[in-house]
Ligand binder design. Structure first.
Ligand code: CP
Length: 319
């Protein structure tokens, strides 16, 4: 990244994608592209963030996000420190504010936070001097997932401009999905047309205000789409009565090879993971040539390397 471009990065925190302009997103993707080849070298380490420290504060479970931030930090030579709810003093009743101030006193350059409460990342950002990166807060936002999803599509479709004009279906448990909320914002910002498909009970009340078309019939929703993003049925966040029966859900809203025959030729399949195989997506499709699920994981490392690079060096950029 050139010095000129470094100077234009002006964000302290990443709370959601609505903070980012299309130029910002382009800059993140450019940095991710230039950093991603480190991941396929025999020696996967560069000194870019040597001496910098990143706290991974995960108060909810995670495999992909936590590991990829850890890998991303280490490949840029940052020191990463993981704090999980189960092994932290949160279990003794310490508040989020006191936990955050304690972490701040150790002077990290960035805190990556996942928390069950919507707004937790913003709460920290308003109180701490270091960069706060939202790794998922409640049902609110998952900006790094949306960025890696669009980055994956941009690679598949040639460039960030390849997303413009494409039709993308987001399918499944939208009501409980921070991934859906961030993706609707980012994909529409990048010029895609977004369709949603879900049972009425798994759509948020405010969906009529979103820049999307809403479908309740998967056969209709999938017609001609360029990509389908399946969402995990969040069984742990379901309240009683939202779904009559899991099998009925998978028959009515589970993506199967029959549906992909109705999509545009070469249509791609995404899923943020973890997958409930045979519920929201058939196992056959998850493992198919059309599936970008593991490409998303690989993109996650590159995009998170780019984010750590940009956010940790941003205080220098704005001076
Ligand atoms: N997509 C995603 O956030 O996965 P993890 O919960 O495994 O981090």
């Amino acid at each position: 990244m050139s010095e000129e471009k470094k100077r234009t990065w002006h964000h302290k925190d990443l709370l959601d994608v609505d903070q980012l302009s299309t130029d910002d997103v382009g800059m993140i993707f450019e940095a991710a592209r230039s950093l991603q080849d480190i991941n396929s070298r025999p020696v996967k380490k560069v000194p870019t963030l040597r001496g910098r420290s990143v706290v991974l504060f995960f108060a909810e479970p995670s495999t992909r996000t936590k590991t990829s931030f850890d890998v991303a930090g280490k490949r840029l030579s940052a020191d990463t420190f993981a704090l999980a709810k189960s092994s932290s003093s949160l279990t003794k009743g310490e508040t989020l504010k006191d936990t955050a101030l304690t972490l701040q006193a150790m002077n990290p350059d960035a805190i990556v936070i996942r928390h069950w409460a919507s707004g937790a990342a913003k709460f920290l950002a308003e109180r701490l001097e270091c960069s706060i990166i939202n790794a998922g807060d409640g049902w609110h936002a998952h900006p790094t997932q949306a960025l890696l999803d669009s980055f994956t599509l941009s690679q598949e479709w040639g460039s960030i401009d390849g997303i413009k004009g494409k039709t993308i279906l987001i399918l499944g448990d939208i009501a409980h999905s921070r991934v859906a909320r961030s993706n609707v914002q980012l994909l529409t910002k990048l010029g895609a047309k977004v369709r949603l498909c879900a049972p009425r009970t798994l759509l948020p009340a405010c969906v009529s205000d979103w820049p999307v078309t809403v479908h309740y019939d998967l056969d209709e929703a999938v017609q001609g789409v360029d990509a389908v993003m399946c969402l995990r049925l969040q069984l742990e966040r379901q309240q009683a009565g939202l779904l009559p029966d899991l099998r009925e859900y998978s028959v009515t809203f589970g993506l199967s090879p029959r549906h992909m025959e109705m999509a545009a030729q070469g249509a791609r399949i995404l899923h943020p993971g973890p997958i409930n195989r045979g519920v929201e997506i058939s196992s056959e499709l998850a493992d198919s040539a059309e599936s970008l699920i593991l490409d998303q994981v690989a993109s996650g490392v590159a995009v998170r390397m780019a984010l750590l690079y940009l956010y940790i060096t941003c205080t220098e950029c704005t001076q």
